[in-house]
Ligand binder design. Sequence first.
Ligand code: ZN
Length: 65
Amino acid sequence: MIDPTSDIGEDVDESDAPTCHTCGKKIVMEPEHRVVSWIEDDAVEHLHFCDDECHEGWSGRRPGR
Ligand SMILES: [Zn+2]
């Protein structure tokens, strides 16, 4: 018996995938994926990072206020 729904697992459309803010890589199945969100002008902003290294690269260079 063949179950047509049991394919490779998650069907993630690449065009819907977020990209890493630091290196620009598509984040499709990254286990180390980080998301940072904050409120700016009453809207929620999100940034995606493929791993801790990219996240720290961004937060280290972020201009402080
Ligand atoms: Zn990255």
